[in-house]
Design a binder for this molecule. Structure first.
Ligand SMILES: [Fe+2]
Length: 206
């Protein structure tokens, strides 16, 4: 977060990607990331800053803006852009060039207890990701002590439902269309097998 010189205004900034733009190839191309991060994510940040300038939301942390505009039709544009900023930052952290494989032991144990097996958990994530009609997100979340998989549409996130997000997969077409066209399942399967960041999910466990 960087401060500008205007009194009481936090300007939201595009966070640095936690990997190089070509680090996720061949599953997610540098070209896709150039658009997805460099145009879409950046665009949400810039639009949010414009929308909240000189409003009560100027100067508030991103999570506060999301919580206070959630479910308010008159604030939908602010909510959508703020939540998309948060979701995308969370998504980049949910990916790792050396991802996939096995979760750390404590998370793996919880996954096996709640889903039966790691494969069953991945299958639920893949199903949520591929059955989300139109744009949205698939999430592994924690509700109290239980893990579960949910999907949200458009800009919505589990924060709104009071769940603790552990990881997410972006299934907006802009996430995969350049590389996979309409084959969302191929994109989701490749992400789960080779890029998903179980270490990040484990760090988010409450
Ligand atoms: Fe996206």
């Amino acid at each position: 977060m960087s401060m500008d010189t205007t009194k009481n205004s936090i300007v939201h900034v595009l966070p640095t990607l936690p990997f190089a733009e070509n680090a996720l190839e061949p599953v997610i191309s540098a070209r896709t990331l150039a658009f997805h991060y460099g145009k879409h994510h950046k665009g949400y940040v810039e639009t949010l800053n414009k929308l909240i300038a000189e409003t009560v939301y100027a100067g508030q942390p991103l999570e506060t803006v999301i919580a206070e505009t959630s479910g308010r039709f008159d604030k939908a544009a602010i909510f959508n852009n703020a939540s998309q900023v948060w979701n995308h930052t969370f998504f980049w952290n949910s990916l790792n060039p050396k991802g996939g494989g096995e979760p750390p032991a404590p998370l793996k144990k919880k996954i096996e207890a709640d889903f039966g097996s790691l494969d069953a958990c991945k299958k639920e994530l893949a199903t949520a990701a591929t059955t989300q009609f139109g744009s949205g997100w698939a999430w592994l979340v924690q509700e109290n002590s239980a893990l579960k998989v949910i999907k949200t549409c458009n800009a919505n996130s589990p924060l709104k439902k009071g769940l603790k997000p552990l990881l997410t997969i972006d299934v907006w077409e802009h996430a995969y269309y350049l590389d996979y066209q309409n084959r969302r399942m191929d994109y989701v399967t490749a992400v789960l097998d080779t890029l998903i960041n179980w270490d990040f999910a484990a760090e988010n466990l409450g």
